[in-house]
Design a protein around this ligand. Structure first.
Ligand code: NAP
Length: 242
């Protein structure tokens, strides 16, 4: 059995990525934090594809909870390991920096950046021993450019981009690749408060992207065909700001 873990797989890009990896024959570990019913729906869809999966509830920002959930899984699967990890869990809490409550700064960093650290450090040992692994981090255009009203989110994603490159250099010799996917505007719950009609005018292809389009790129990076790509940040944004 080949295992893939997708964090924040209860909806949006995480759900679409779970389905893409299921299509590629992976057993999917569907991580979620608060949306159990949505995570169950992801599992149902994974099964419809003809693959299988299980739910793994933990808050990626909580080191103890993350370790405990992964320890439990590992103890039940002694001779197996997770070869694909997609660090997708993330939130937005936008505000101009001058008005930003400290907790909105820390929670965004805790989930996107510290969450990556907690989950990835745990997974690395087995990937290095087995000499194969694929780590894909979902970052953002905001982490490349820096967006007004998103100092917290831009910092988290920018930090994750730098960590992607640093880790890629560390683990390349063991055939573990680490890449980042940087979406622009993708139609999910996360962006439902944004003025889509206005923003579409900034996008050369004239529309928001779909979660499935992002998932296809993640699937490619997880595949054998992408074995010589590492330490990269690949944008998927309909041509915006290029
Ligand atoms: P979404 O539909 O709001 O989904 C976010 C996912 O993250 C949910 O499954 C949620 O799970 C999970 N999550 C949140 N906090 C978590 C925590 N503490 N522990 C574990 N899981 C947690 O958003 P999305 O658009 O698919 O976003 C997915 C990723 O893409 C994020 O990293 C986001 O920053 C990035 N991104 C999105 C866009 C866009 O336009 N949509 C653009 C660029 C980058 P629960 O509900 O179960 O807690």
């Amino acid at each position: 059995m080949k295992y893939a873990l997708v964090t924040g797989a209860s909806k949006g890009i995480g759900r679409a990525t779970s389905l893409k990896l299921a299509e590629m024959g992976y057993f999917i570990l569907i991580n979620y934090n608060s949306s159990r019913e949505e995570a169950e729906k992801t599992l149902e869809l994974v099964k419809e594809i003809g693959s299988d999966g299980e739910l793994l509830k933990f808050d990626v920002s909580d080191a103890t909870e993350t370790k405990s959930a992964l320890d439990t899984w590992t103890a039940q699967h002694k001779n197996e390991y997770i070869e694909v990890l997609v660090n997708n869990a993330g939130i937005r809490k936008d505000n101009l920096m001058i008005w930003m409550p400290e907790e909105d700064w820390t929670s965004v960093l805790n989930i996107s950046l510290n969450g990556f650290f907690h989950v990835t450090q745990y997974m690395l040992k087995n990937m290095l021993v087995k000499r194969f692994g694929r780590i894909i981090n979902i970052v953002s255009l905001s982490g490349i450019k820096g967006m007004k009203g998103q100092a917290n989110y831009s910092a988290a994603k920018g930090g994750l981009i730098a960590a992607t490159k640093a880790l890629a250099a560390e683990v390349g010799p063991r055939n573990v690749t680490v890449n980042a996917v940087a979406p622009g505007f993708i139609q999910t719950e996360m962006v439902k408060d944004l003025p889509e009609e206005e923003l579409k005018k900034l996008i050369p292809v004239g529309r928001f992207g779909t979660a499935e389009e992002v998932a296809s790129l993640v699937g490619f990076l997880a595949s054998k065909e992408a074995s010589y790509i590492t330490g990269e940040v690949i944008s998927i944004n309909g041509g915006i700001y290029t």
